[in-house]
Design a protein around this ligand. Structure first.
Ligand code: ADP
Ligand code: ZN
Length: 526
């Protein structure tokens, strides 16, 4: 008690040093550990690699009883437990991969009070039998890892997470700590509400990853752009390439292999053995490029991933931050690179529109996508923009594409007016390709059929290339001047915000269009 004025209890520090072999706590670890040791709840937002595990492992060792860690990452439990055992910590896990005998042994050890840490999958924890067993034990704490999985709006949503509020009800005196590396304002609110963390102390670390250089390029030929990017920056290094669909994952992996890279595919449609084998090679070897859907990566702790590339637009800033955050966990310079184009916007909007979520769900998804589009279109520092989304401030970083090569913006009002009035003149009934044909004065069969040659907007944009019109349309959609009606052959339609622009009451800034550099690539076969 006479030590209570110190920030860190000596026991916590001695566990850190003697068991884990680290001299000091990092960042807010000491305060977090202290909060939990003293029996309080903690909500911890810390970027990947910052050291979340110690925040519950140390209190579990200092407090009496077993620390129960709820984690959705069944595949990693074995490794985590093995690592802890090597350090002399009495750890075990319970999940569906175990034999009956293994399970019984863990339960017996638990009953005898011989465990310091127990990792459990949420669906297992919630079984009445398991909860009953825990009620008969002394529990040091509950740690809820990857707590953003409780968010219904997020892409890692796990329904069982919502039921974890039962812990608070059944074990009102056991401290709880919820941890995540990604949470925007909405997700934070959901974590507090659904997990009943109203009385928790919140610890929000800086989300900045200064060693990651962010770059978002205009998509022309994504695969060639990717190869050029890798050759120029990351020959023989480890990377992850994210694609939206399983097909695209396989095609891209094949393409990289044909071009001489050690690339492997990873998606949920591959047989379990293949996934496990590919993941094992990725972890073990030091030049593998993993081409994957977002099914790959949560909990993957490979320090020397030098780049993360996106060939498709992530659904949200949280997804983008989480996926790019897998680069450079060792603190060495790393790249987050993305190719992005009009088709990405169309595709993501369509997926939201065609999903069977409620209107509320679609509204939230669309606003998450809007934020992501703003990051892509921004003319200012990407990092400032990204951090602002997580309620954090930063100076222009000098380590992102917009800082290094500031994009020029132009007054695009007239060009956008041409576009919007053309959309209006064709009756808001035609998709991108046709609108561009009208603007450029192409006499196609459809244009003749609908007598669009007679429109006042026919040919008013003939000096602008098709690629540039696509870039303008993309920005007009990103700025919510236009939207796509997926129930009407993907027709472009005007939104309310288009009116003041058409009337000349608002002006519009656009990125200055620069013709994509000629793709040159040696012996690339596609
Ligand atoms: P997170 O779960 O936040 O992604 P981890 O808990 O896996 O991060 O920790 C990342 C790495 O940092 C691990 O290798 C861990 O051992 C190391 N680490 C954590 N805390 C400290 C510390 N106080 N001193 C030194 N290394 C630490
Ligand atoms: Zn910057």
């Amino acid at each position: 008690l006479f030590l209570s004025s110190m920030n860190t209890s000596p026991t916590a520090l001695s566990v850190l040093q003697n068991t884990f072999g680290y001299p000091d706590f990092r960042g807010e670890q000491a305060q977090i550990v202290e909060q939990v040791i003293n029996g309080g709840d903690a909500l911890v937002l810390m970027p990947t690699g910052a050291g979340k595990s110690l925040c519950y492992q140390i209190p579990a060792l200092v407090r009496e009883g077993v620390g129960v860690v709820v984690s959705p990452l069944i595949a990693l439990m074995q490794d985590q437990v093995d690592t802890l055992k090597e350090l002399g910590v009495r750890a075990a896990f319970l999940n569906s991969t175990q034999s009956y005998e293994e399970e019984a042994a863990v339960e017996a050890a638990l009953r005898r009070g011989e465990l310091d840490l127990l990792y459990v999958a949420p669906e297992r924890l919630l079984m009445p039998r398991c909860l009953g067993l825990l009620q008969s034990c002394k529990i040091a704490l509950f740690a809820i890892d990857e707590a953003h999985c409780v968010s219904q709006w997020g892409h890692d949503f796990r329904p069982e997470y919502i039921k974890l509020s039962v812990l608070h009800e059944l074990f009102p005196n056991v401290p709880r700590i919820a941890l995540t590396a990604t949470a925007d304002a909405q997700t934070r609110e959901e974590m507090v509400l659904r997990l009943q963390f109203e009385n928790a102390r919140k610890f929000v670390s800086s989300f900045d990853r200064p060693n990651i250089r962010y770059t978002i390029v205009e998509k022309t030929n994504a695969r060639l752009q990717l190869i050029n990017f890798i050759k120029a920056n990351h020959a023989d290094e480890v990377g992850i390439v994210y694609c939206l669909s399983r097909n695209k994952v396989e095609e891209t992996a094949d393409f990289l292999v044909k071009n001489g890279f050690d690339a492997l595919p990873y998606h949920a449609g591959l047989p379990l053995e293949v996934r496990q084998a590919n993941q094992a090679r990725f972890l073990r070897e030091d030049n593998i490029i993993m081409v994957a859907t977002i099914a790959f990566g949560m909990g993957i702790d490979k320090p020397n991933v030098r780049f993360v590339a996106h060939l498709d637009l992530p659904k949200s800033m949280e997804g983008y931050y989480q996926e790019t955050g897998r680069a450079g966990r060792d603190g060495e310079p790393s790249n987050a690179w993305m190719a992005y184009g009009l088709q990405d916007v169309v595709q993501q909007r369509r997926m939201i529109s065609e999903s069977d979520g409620s209107d509320d769900f679609k509204r939230v998804q669309n606003s998450k996508l809007d934020a992501m589009l703003n990051l892509c279109e921004t003319l200012t520092c990407r990092r400032v923009h990204l951090l602002r989304y997580f309620d954090q401030t930063s100076e222009a970083c000098g380590n992102c594409d917009t800082c290094l090569n500031p994009p020029q913006s132009i007054d695009g009002t007239e060009q956008v007016q041409k576009l919007l009035s053309c959309v209006y003149r064709v009756g808001q009934q035609f998709a991108t390709g046709h609108v561009i044909d009208v603007l450029r004065g192409n006499t196609t069969e459809r244009i003749e059929q609908f007598r669009h040659t007679d429109l006042s907007t026919f040919g008013i944009g003939k000096d602008t290339s098709e690629a540039e019109w696509r870039a303008v349309i993309r920005q007009a959609i990103a700025q919510n001047l236009l939207f796509i009606d997926f129930d009407l052959y993907n027709a472009l339609k005007l939104s309310d915000a288009a009116r003041p622009v058409l009337k000349g009451e608002t002006s519009i800034r656009l990125r200055q269009y620069s013709k994509p550099a000629k793709q040159k690539i040696s012996k690339a076969s596609s």
